[in-house]
Design a protein around this ligand. Structure first.
Ligand SMILES: *Cc1c(COP(=O)(O)O)cnc(C)c1O
Length: 367
């Protein structure tokens, strides 16, 4: 039995449900479907082909993916998509790709795209320390595609609306896919490294409109060609067998819970509980602009930065891991992915309260 030893607020690879870990562990020893370890089976065997089929249909069911989209399982992480997208859709075109610069990962995507053609940054919140989602831009009608990041994992901001445009929309949804309902038909290509909400590290999920990936006219190396993955059922080469299997278990868990409607409500309740304490507690403040606060990655700081290390140690002593902010940002980041129980957020909030009392801070807000 898997026992939850710690409250895991880690940003990724992230917490998975105990039930999923139990079943994955059993399958490593012996997977009933094949009488072998899941680590030993042939990816061309019928039971594994069935896993791929089931995983795809869970993705389609949960996200309500339209018929004319392909669901693909790749490797290389979301980071490989930073170059694979422009290699397919920008290279060889005389158009420019347009990007939103709203954080660390978006910035990396922009840098890679620049290797393949013209890139215009339509809007940036860099000057504001990426504390918000920049707005007020117009997408030029002749852009090759528009690229955005739905949830900025490091900075703790999230997009709650997406542009209506005739230009193809590409979105990095690594850290909030499967956390809320989303209208897939607004996007032409979505990608997500699995280790934030989908499963373990090693698999990258791509959901792409067929018309979009069929629009590529120049030669692309097979392993970087979306059509090759589609036309070979994501099995052009050996896929990440264990990562796909565990993702399937995780998506089954999500479906059995009631799907995205239910998880979205739970995720909102968890985030609300924590943001309320951040706003109430006189020692802490939120890092992200109020209207763009992420439901997945809650970033916050202490007014007295000198106390931050002490609070992290205090939280760790109380069974919490993973609340240290990203190395270049500092402060705190509590990731509230799907599998994190409401109970864990209650423990963190209690810890913040107790710490403030210990330091004789006013219990009522100071303002
Ligand atoms: C984690 C993350 C990435 C990088 O993912 P890898 O799978 O490690 O390449 C990219 N974008 C976002 C939004 C992320 O959260």
């Amino acid at each position: 039995m898997n026992t939850q030893f710690k409250h895991n607020f880690g940003a990724g690879p992230c917490i998975l449900p105990g039930l999923v870990l139990d079943r994955a562990a059993e399958a490593v020893k012996c997977w009933d479907e094949a009488g072998l370890s899941i680590l030993e089976i042939s990816h061309r065997s019928a039971p594994f082909e069935n896993v791929v089929k089931q995983t795809e249909s869970l993705v389609r069911e949960l996200l309500n993916v339209p018929e004319n989209y392909s669901v693909l399982f790749l490797q290389g992480g979301a980071s490989m998509q930073f170059c694979m997208v422009p290699m397919n859709f920008l290279q060889g075109s005389n158009k420019a790709a347009v990007y939103i610069d709203a954080g660390y990962f978006g910035q990396k995507a922009i840098k890679e795209a620049g290797l393949f053609g013209n890139v215009n940054v339509l809007a940036s919140s860099k000057e504001r320390g990426y504390s918000d989602i920049p707005g007020g831009y117009v997408i030029p009608e002749d852009a090759a595609y528009f690229h955005c990041t739905s949830n900025n994992t490091i900075e703790g901001t999230e997009m709650f609306s997406f542009p209506n445009t005739n230009v193809p929309v590409v979105c990095d949804m690594s850290s909030d896919i499967f956390s809320r309902e989303i209208d897939i038909s607004k996007f032409d290509l979505i990608y997500a490294g699995a280790q934030k909400n989908t499963g373990p590290a090693g698999m990258t999920l791509v959901i792409a409109k067929n018309e979009f990936i069929d629009s590529v006219k120049h030669p692309v190396p097979s392993m970087l060609d979306y059509r090759v993955y589609r036309d070979n059922g994501s099995m052009y080469n050996t896929p990440p067998v264990f990562a796909i299997y565990t993702a399937m278990l995780n998506l089954q868990w999500l479906r059995d819970k009631g799907g995205l409607k239910v998880i979205e409500m739970e995720n909102k309740a968890k985030a609300q509980l924590l943001y309320e304490e951040i706003d109430r507690n006189p020692l802490f403040y939120g890092s992200a602009a109020m209207q763009d606060r992420s439901l997945m990655n809650v970033t916050f700081r202490m007014y007295d930065k000198a106390q931050e290390a002490e609070f992290i140690a205090y939280a760790e002593k109380n069974g919490m891991v993973g609340i240290r902010g990203y190395r270049t940002v500092g402060g705190f980041r509590a990731s509230l992915y799907n599998a994190l129980p409401y109970e864990s957020v209650k423990v963190l909030v209690a810890c913040m309260k107790a710490y403030a009392e210990k330091h004789h801070a006013n219990v009522e807000p100071a303002y």
